[in-house]
Design a protein around this ligand. Structure first.
Ligand code: PLP
Length: 380
């Protein structure tokens, strides 16, 4: 009942923490459905690496399963194991793939948890065919071919070898052939078309298997990029997959910081480490209990804004480990007071805006969100 109104910001747990992070699982589910709509009839997987981009895979993965997700990607085997456990009730049969490949764990570990590797090299393919021989039956896996990112996946030379010697895949049940786009968020980038063409050529010459190319932004490059399975991560969590257009995704995260103290500055004075910001006499400074140790990046020093209700207030001076300072001169004392809350990410300032002020991307802001916040989940 209180859920609909949001979390209890005055609970003892919420009061003990310097900041409150509210993660809207209903918004994540809506975002999943929104992407699925864009992809129809293509299948939409969910990338939940790095603890679901810092938001908590144990809660996020089951919410996505409830919205219909059946296929999940993580970076590491430990992450995959945690996701498998989290899905025990909602989706025990989920397909879970480890992007970092067959070397990310022992063959036994993959088998015991029924987790599949994304094979990134001829060496990993060999590991997996040997495992299949030992097991006496075929083993499922995805195959990642590099089409121009030069990061993970079979490099061009190895791809040619595999095409010439397809028996190297003996015993592997090829669930997907996939690749990854380097510049999908720049719709006009020439590498997008080049990667698409290389991916189509590679698929035509490899044993037949469903294809997967698009990440969040790739979904919005159009149906040519969709193939059989899309792999969005960031867009599920509210990051704008189309940075040159309005965000089609709903916001998922709200971050509020607790004011510890409000001080009056009577004569010109500097604030904070390095004395980088000077205040004039007759101004007021609010000190808020979060800092770079909470992932409120130090590069936001003198750059970011906070919101008190609908009033924008600047972050002044250096972001320190546990504290930030705000100029609240224009805010009524009744609204900026010790124990009150300010919004750092929320209705007035989305993840991408804060990231822009820090000179980074929403992905980094989300995955940096600290462990000290009091976390509240809405819905699920
Ligand atoms: C992280 C990742 C994704 C998801 O990317 P987003 O931009 O977050 O949608 C998809 N595929 C691969 C291979 C990845 O590493």
């Amino acid at each position: 009942m209180t859920k609909a109104q949001g979390p209890d910001l005055d609970s003892p747990e919420a009061r003990r923490a310097g900041g409150i992070l509210t993660i809207d699982l209903e918004a994540i589910k809506d975002n999943y459905r929104r992407l699925r709509q864009e992809l129809r009839p293509v299948t939409c997987a969910a990338v939940v690496k790095a603890d679901a981009y810092g938001l908590g895979a144990a809660r996020v993965a089951p919410a996505l399963a409830k919205a219909g997700a059946r296929t999940f990607f993580t970076a590491t085997l430990d992450e995959a194991a945690a996701v498998r456990e989290s899905l025990e009730k909602t989706r025990p049969s989920a397909d879970i793939f480890v992007l970092n490949g067959a070397g990310a764990g022992s063959v036994e570990d993959f088998a015991a948890l029924e987790i599949m590797p994304v094979l990134n090299s001829l060496g990993e393919i060999e590991t997996w065919t040997a495992a299949a021989r030992n097991a006496g039956h075929s083993l499922p896996a995805a195959l990642h071919v590099d089409t121009g990112m030069n990061r993970l996946g079979l490099p061009g030379g190895e791809l040619e070898t595999l095409i010439a010697e397809p028996d190297r895949l003996a015993g592997i049940e090829l669930r997907y052939v996939m690749s990854h786009l380097a510049c999908a968020e720049e719709a006009g980038h020439q590498l997008n078309g080049a990667q698409l063409q290389r991916f189509e050529e590679a698929r035509a010459r490899l044993p037949g298997a469903p294809g997967s190319l698009a990440n969040s932004s790739g979904i919005f490059l159009g149906a040519d990029y969709h193939f059989d399975l899309a792999r969005p991560g960031a867009a599920l969590f509210g990051v704008n997959p189309t940075p040159d257009r309005p965000n089609p995704m709903g916001q998922v995260v709200r971050l509020q910081g607790r004011i510890l103290q409000v001080r009056q500055i009577d004569a010109p004075q500097s604030v904070g480490y390095g004395a980088t910001h000077r205040m004039v006499g007759g101004s007021r400074v609010a000190t808020v209990a979060l800092g770079y140790a909470d992932g409120f990046l130090r590069s936001l020093s003198d750059r970011a804004s906070a919101w008190i209700g609908d009033r924008k207030v600047p972050v002044i001076g250096r972001v320190s480990m546990d504290l930030i300072t705000l100029d609240v001169t224009g805010i009524a004392a009744g609204e900026a007071h010790a124990g009150g809350l300010v919004d750092l990410i929320g209705p007035n300032q989305d993840v991408d805006t804060l990231a822009g002020a820090a000179g980074t991307i929403g992905y980094e802001v989300l995955t940096s969100l600290g462990a000290r916040y009091h976390r509240e989940f809405l819905g699920g």
